[in-house]
Design a protein around this ligand. Structure first.
Ligand SMILES: Cc1cc2nc3c(=O)[nH]c(=O)nc-3n(C[C@H](O)[C@H](O)[C@H](O)COP(=O)(O)OP(=O)(O)OC[C@H]3O[C@@H](n4cnc5c(N)ncnc54)[C@H](O)[C@@H]3O)c2cc1C
Length: 330
């Protein structure tokens, strides 16, 4: 039996597993997805009737930003090995009527094979004698026992729950201190991600667009420029309010989102489109603590470590791995 179970194979869970394995502990990573990556997600285009079938599109997080030196070293290593690329520090801004201008910001990093490939890269380096990664495995509950916790009959010395609070809270039945720690969870916002594939580019040169004061769209990415192959593919993110009204049948939001996209960025109809639902896309804010650990159950993800974004998820998972390793190695 492994020492620790990590539930969640997104960037926080894999970061946590890396630290635990580095400390010589054995780890089972369990994720319900077909692939690792969580919200660093890609979709492979199929049956689009365009020349872009087989191409992957980033349909979750749009990009990665970096401020922490330790995470910066990870991103620099990805860039040096061609896994990630500096994408842009300049996005357009728009309102509901169209583009208004550009805005300088931090460098945004993307990945030529999609952001998910970065999580897979972190997992490739894990020693197979210490870490087992199983997916798709849908964990139904985590039962805290005397001096440990069990998942589907397997008992672990500690369990790290690495992902959105509502999904992780649902696994903890009964009264546990970890469940209490999640009681005051921040609000999680939904997002719909519309992928639109065009026959050719019909919009001005741009990388991404922050859309302000629009009831439908919040952000648009040029996925071709993001990934570096210049494919005419846009990914538009809805506002949380629009998403909340279409979570049961996300595709019903497509005409509204396409209308807004045509109004703001692309002056033509796409050859193909689809809509992906993120019920828990992002916490509205994150707690200041880096992670939580009560001696048996740990919590990490982008609702920890101050800023609700990918960097915080990596930092939080790394911090939790260190806390569990310190505790278990005494
Ligand atoms: C639309 C969208 C846009 C975003 N844009 C940005 C951006 O531009 N920049 C940025 O930095 N961040 C962005 N983010 C946020 C970023 O994606 C997250 O901060 C980061 O991916 C969180 O990683 P995580 O490991 O904490 O959680 P996740 O990636 O959600 O990983 C959790 C994992 O747990 C698994 N899981 C859940 N329940 C179970 C269960 N019961 N059993 C087994 N496995 C389970 C899931 O399958 C998932 O793989 C965006 C997110 C979305 C959705």
């Amino acid at each position: 039996m492994a020492d620790v179970a990590v539930v969640g194979g997104g960037i926080s869970g894999i970061a946590c597993a890396r630290v635990l394995a580095g400390a010589g502990l054995t780890v089972d990573v369990l994720d319900r997805g077909q692939r690792l990556g969580g919200r660093l997600a890609v979709q492979t285009l199929r049956d689009t009737g365009t020349a872009y079938d087989g191409r992957v599109v980033d349909v979750g997080a749009s990009y990665i930003t970096v401020s922490d030196p330790e995470f910066a070293a990870v991103v620099t290593d990805w860039v040096d090995r061609g896994k990630a690329r500096p994408w842009t520090d300049t996005f357009h801004v728009a309102d509901g009527t169209g583009l208004l201008g550009t805005k300088l910001g931090p460098m945004r990093y993307a990945a030529p094979r999609g952001l998910r490939s970065l999580v897979e890269d972190l997992a490739v380096g894990l020693p197979s004698d210490l870490v087992s990664i199983a997916h798709p495995v849908d964990v139904e509950s985590v039962d805290v026992t005397d001096g440990g916790a069990s998942i589907a009959g397997s008992t672990y010395r500690a369990v790290a729950l690495c992902g959105p609070d509502p999904q992780m809270r649902a696994l903890l039945s009964g009264a546990t201190t970890a469940r209490d720690a999640l009681a005051a969870a921040p609000t999680w916002e939904p997002v719909l991600a519309l992928t639109a594939v065009y026959d050719e580019r019909t919009w001005p040169d741009l990388d991404g667009v922050f859309v302000n004061d629009d009831p439908v769209l919040s952000f648009v990415a040029d996925d071709g420029r993001r990934r570096g192959d210049d494919a005419p593919v846009l990914v538009a993110h809805s506002t949380p309010v629009l998403a909340a009204g279409h979570l049961t049948e996300p595709i019903t939001a497509a005409p509204i989102m396409l209308g807004a996209l045509e109004r703001i960025v692309a002056k033509s109809e796409p050859a193909w489109f689809t809509v992906k639902r993120w019920t828990y896309a992002r916490p509205a804010q994150a707690r200041e603590e880096t992670c939580y650990f009560d001696g048996v159950v740990g919590l990490a993800g982008d609702a920890w470590d101050g800023k609700p974004r990918t960097e915080a998820a990596w930092l939080s998972g790394t911090a939790l791995g260190r806390r569990i390793a310190d505790e278990l190695r005494g």
